[in-house]
Design a protein. Structure first.
Length: 275
């Protein structure tokens, strides 16, 4: 695996890992904050009877009002601004006119392009009171993400990130989806390196200051296997068990990492209502 200075790299995926400087980190802070603000805003809307189509429309309006473009809209033929993945949908759920129901859990994934920089993040939301098993899955998935982030520092490896996530999630009797991974990000939506959410410590790509990527573990209550539905996008658990995902966008610094997508309100985790 080679590393290149991003300023000298072409604006396309080349197989090399780009290392970014202070200007890029500032651009990513702004893009990441806008996405985090959008997720705060959309979280206020999540309730029984609300459609994911309405959430999608609001996300588009918010991005355009703030000078950003929706990265997913028309990406490889995708026709919406956000992904909305409900219950046993693992990722890439497509917004529609079906109302959310009490007891559902939903992941909302937003990506904007602001001044040429991509901001990408997702969170879980509870639709009214939800079963305890769903609360537990959300808690485990969020903690898995936190442990992955905590493993990031120069000299560590991508395998350290994956191992931190896998060891915790499997220790809680959940499974880690292996079909999807985090990815490099910056001027490109999806770049090198791939960030697996499972692995062995000390293996994989060494982490260096200036790397930008997402961590986005998908954790299932049942088995890890998934299938893609006929729409070509929606991934679901084969055993129809619940799935959850959280995603942050990070940059490796000289002594650790910077997370660009923390909620300005500090509300990454949903507040669970009592039934």
């Amino acid at each position: 695996m080679t590393f290149v200075e991003a300023a000298n790299a072409p604006l396309r995926k080349t197989g090399a890992i780009k290392l970014y400087g202070p200007d890029a980190f500032e651009g990513m802070r702004k893009a990441g904050r806008l996405v985090a603000e959008a997720l705060d805003l959309l979280g206020d809307m999540v309730a029984p009877g609300v459609t994911t189509e309405a959430l999608d429309k609001r996300a588009l309006e918010f991005g355009l009002d703030n000078g950003a473009l929706p990265a997913c809209l028309y990406y490889r033929g995708y026709s919406h601004t956000i992904c909305t993945s409900i219950n046993h949908v693992v990722c890439h759920g497509i917004p529609n006119d079906k109302p959310l129901r009490e007891g559902d859990v939903v992941n909302i994934d937003v990506t904007y392009i602001l001044d040429g920089w991509h901001g990408d993040s997702s969170r879980m939301y509870a639709v009214g009171p939800i079963p305890r098993r769903a609360e537990r899955l959300i808690e485990i998935t969020h903690e898995s993400l936190k442990r992955g982030v905590a493993a990031i520092k120069p000299g560590a490896t991508t395998g350290d990130i994956g191992a931190a996530i896998q060891d915790y999630a499997e220790g809680e009797r959940c499974s880690v989806v292996r079909d999807f991974c985090g990815h490099g990000i910056g001027r490109l939506f999806h770049d090198e390196p791939n960030i697996l959410h499972y692995g062995r410590r000390g293996e994989g790509v060494p982490l260096k200051p200036g790397m930008l990527f997402t961590i986005e573990p998908m954790i299932n209550l049942g088995r890890p296997h998934v299938k893609i539905l006929g729409d070509g996008w929606t991934a679901v658990t084969r055993d129809r068990s619940l799935s959850a995902q959280f995603e942050h966008m990070v940059g490796v610094t000289e002594d650790g990492c910077e997370v660009f997508t923390y909620s300005p309100r500090g509300t990454e985790m949903p507040t669970f209502q009592q039934g």
